[in-house]
Write a protein that binds this ligand. Structure first.
Ligand code: COA
Length: 155
């Protein structure tokens, strides 16, 4: 993946490796307040390394400190949708936000999606998460003609 940098603070974007997993899980736990070791192991097994159309990318500073990560994949023909890029997770360390790292991660994963001929990028955002909503809107994303439906399952 092409390196990215900002004037204020140089950083690099690269694929997450197994060695990075504890730092990624710790960053998520700091932000979400929930430890999810099994989830992160599963994400790494499915998306880590160089897998066709699957991306688990991170930004790190010059001291190799994790600054943020993004995950996504190319999905095809779900509910008749032609192949599109799906982003299903992004987090940037609170100390380094508003420095262009989220944007660099987003652009890097979009570069990956383009290699598969994809023209559309999708994600799901909680209506309560105005921060993430503002971020994705700043990338040009808008509500699409797909909507999510859900129900509570009776036990
Ligand atoms: C959303 C997030 C990834 C943005 O990362 P970032 O590195 O700060 O993003 P950038 O610096 O590239 O910002 C890009 C644009 O996003 C928007 N944005 C970012 N932070 C914002 C804020 N606090 N308020 C309003 N808009 C904001 C702005 O339009 C910004 O552009 P600008 O700086 O020119 O105004 C980061 O805030 C984050 O990790 N938040 C928590 C994510 C989360 O809840 N993840 C769990 C669900 S996936």
């Amino acid at each position: 993946m092409k390196p990215s940098s900002s004037d204020e603070r140089a950083f690099t974007i690269r694929t997450v490796t197994g060695d990075d997993l504890p730092a990624v899980a710790a960053l998520d736990e700091r932000i979400s307040g929930i430890a999810k070791p099994d989830y992160w192991q599963d994400v790494f097994e499915r998306y880590g390394g160089r897998r066709k159309g699957r991306y688990f990318l991170m930004a790190e500073d010059q001291n190799k400190k994790l600054l943020g990560y993004i995950m996504g994949e190319v999905r095809a023909w779900e509910f008749d949708s032609p192949p599109c890029g799906w982003i299903f997770g992004i987090n940037v360390d609170s100390d380094t936000r508003l420095g262009g790292i989220g944007t660099a991660l987003y652009l890097a994963i979009c570069d990956g999606f383009r290699k598969f001929g994809v023209h559309t990028v999708r994600t799901t955002v909680s209506r309560k998460n105005e921060l993430v909503m503002s971020f994705f809107r700043s990338q040009g994303m808008m509500a699409s003609h797909y909507i999510q439906l859900e129900t509570e399952l009776e036990s």
